[in-house]
Write a protein that binds this ligand. Structure first.
Ligand SMILES: [Ca+2]
Length: 548
């Protein structure tokens, strides 16, 4: 029987509360909807060359205070003469709840940050959005278009319909290599292991010793090797272990006949489950894992209840993030090491990666209806997204006053601006939780020079490259198909995977489970996915053709 670390838990909760305050949701309703209007004084906004001042509205999700008059907005209004910009910073948790009724009533922002695929398809079909011709985009946003050529020109398929462009695809290189397992280096040393585990067998040995050899040296049997996100991320749970057997269960594989097949169909998924089931029986996986979500997982790590953080992002364990700072606040001697995905019996290994296709900035039809306004806004977006000086000013404030570069050449905020709660008057919270669509080179000059070292394991292995697994196709699948699949087949899949790991269902019945999944909607979904694959290929070809 494991002893619960009550004192540690309580301290963690206090720390978490402190972090919340520090992150500054700014206290409830005042951030619900911060409408930051341009200042009333007319001299703040210059007339454009056509003698007109166009009103422009940006809708952005925010998670911190944005004062009505703020420095970022004042600066934004100086960038392109003839634009008077209004920013609607809407609290991220209620973003769609607030936007949807407004759009339905015809109150449409000109620029909308869109991190929800189904909202995009829904707005598009409702006629809320406006399309821009690719020629106009190329003329007014040449640097942005050039950056997409380098990143992957097919990206435009995310915002393309019938030859018109309904927004900007956001480029996010970090999404193409996010995951890396993290280890407690001090625990490895304490149990006599002198290197970060690299194979399935070495993982098993370390997790076993973490469970039974008192790695924290307190004389109490109170630790496990690891926990898994059985509650909120079953399809991606310990994906690197599945990778060791050559298959990611919830990704798609191109079969020899040219069709896409869901990972769970591949019998190698069963091999990985057999291994996980044996580890569960051995007691080296947290027995509570079925109820563990992302935040409980992090809490167990912070409280030193587990020694390996699976499916962790490489940046999650950096200084400035809770899995690093809160762990070290409780256990100052804790050492965090990143490591490779476990190598399996046939030499396969690798972490899952999301694809390069991520979110969108979308255009309201109010923007595209007036070409004079549209041209100026495209110029504005070009400046915001491709000029590092403009980007840094909008996202961080003034150099030397609000931010500086550290020894790794990374942008760090100067206190008190490191706390978003103190940035209401500065206005930098406007773009902090969503933002516009900076090109990769602009984003790259803000991060640590050590980043490539931190994500190197995510790019290693035989299983890498998110595009190889077609997960991005769900961005193009209609809502009703996704909903129908999620209602039955996907629920059945998640329940059975947990049961196979715990042994509640025998893995002798794996083939029967696959049949049940197919019958419950898996087969129809596979067909829809394959149909989508064929369509998307032509949309991508069109995108590449238009923008080349
Ligand atoms: Ca112990």
């Amino acid at each position: 029987m494991k002893v619960k670390k009550m004192a540690a838990l309580i301290l963690s909760m206090i720390l978490a509360a402190g972090t919340l305050t520090a992150c500054g949701s700014g206290g409830g309703e005042d951030v619900k909807e911060n409408t930051a209007s341009a200042p009333e004084e007319k001299e703040a906004v210059a007339e454009g060359d056509d003698g007109t001042v166009y009103q422009v509205t940006l809708a952005m999700p925010v998670n911190g205070p944005v004062d009505e008059k703020n420095d970022t907005l004042d600066y934004l209004n100086t960038l392109v003469p003839g634009l008077e910009i209004k920013v609607e910073g809407i609290e991220i948790g209620s973003y769609w709840d607030i936007l949807n009724p407004r759009l339905a009533s015809g109150e449409i922002p000109d620029i909308i940050h869109c991190h929800n695929d189904s909202m995009y398809t829904s707005y598009l079909s409702q006629g809320v959005l406006g399309g821009v011709s690719p020629e106009l985009l190329k003329e007014y946003m040449p640097k942005y278009v050039k950056a997409t050529e380098e990143y992957g020109i097919e990206l435009w398929s995310l915002v393309l319909k019938d030859g018109m462009v309904y927004g900007l695809p956001i480029m996010s290189e970090a999404q193409t290599h996010p995951f890396t397992n993290a280890w407690r280096g001090d625990w490895l040393k304490a149990v006599g292991i002198d290197k970060v585990p690299e194979t399935v067998d070495e993982y098993e040995e370390a997790l076993t010793r973490f469970t039974f050899d008192d790695p924290d040296g307190n004389g109490v049997d109170d630790t496990y090797g690891t926990t898994l996100r059985g509650k909120d991320s079953t399809p991606y749970l310990f994906s690197s272990l599945f990778g060791a057997y050559g298959v990611f269960p919830s990704m798609w594989n191109l079969a020899e006949d040219g069709t896409l097949q869901y990972g769970i169909i591949d019998p190698r998924a069963k091999e990985a489950l057999l291994k996980l089931n044996s580890w569960f029986k051995k007691g080296i996986i947290d027995p509570e894992f079925a109820g563990v979500d992302g935040s409980i997982r992090t809490e167990k790590w912070i409280n030193s209840q587990i020694g390996m953080l699976s499916d962790s992002t490489y940046y999650e364990v950096n200084e400035g993030n809770s899995p690093c700072d809160n762990l070290k606040a409780l256990t100052p001697e804790a050492e965090i090491l990143r490591g490779p995905a476990p190598k399996g019996p046939n030499g396969d290994y690798g972490y899952i990666n999301w694809s390069k296709y991520t979110n969108r900035i979308i255009f309201g039809k109010t923007l595209t209806e007036d070409e004079g306004k549209l041209k100026k806004v495209l110029q504005l977006l070009e400046l915001m997204d491709t000029d590092p000086e403009v980007y840094n000013r909008l996202y961080y404030g003034k150099e030397g006053e609000n931010w500086k570069r550290n020894e790794e050449n990374m942008i760090v905020k100067i206190p008190p601006y490191s706390d978003p709660a103190n940035c209401g008057a500065l206005g930098t919270n406007i773009f902090k939780d969503g933002g516009i669509a900076p090109v990769p080179s602009v984003k790259a000059q803000t991060v640590s020079e050590k980043e490539p070292e931190q994500y190197k394991y995510a790019e290693e292995g035989t299983m890498v490259n998110g595009e190889n697994y077609f997960g991005y196709l769900s961005k193009f699948i209609s809502d009703d198909i996704n909903t129908a699949y999620n209602a039955e087949a996907d629920t059945l899949y998640k329940k059975n995977f947990i049961d196979f790991i715990t042994g509640a269902r025998s893995l002798d019945e794996y083939d029967a489970f696959v049949e049940e999944w197919l019958a419950a909607g898996g087969e129809a979904y596979t067909q829809a996915y394959n149909d989508c694959y064929k369509n998307v290929e032509s949309i991508m070809a069109e995108a590449a053709n238009i923008f080349k």
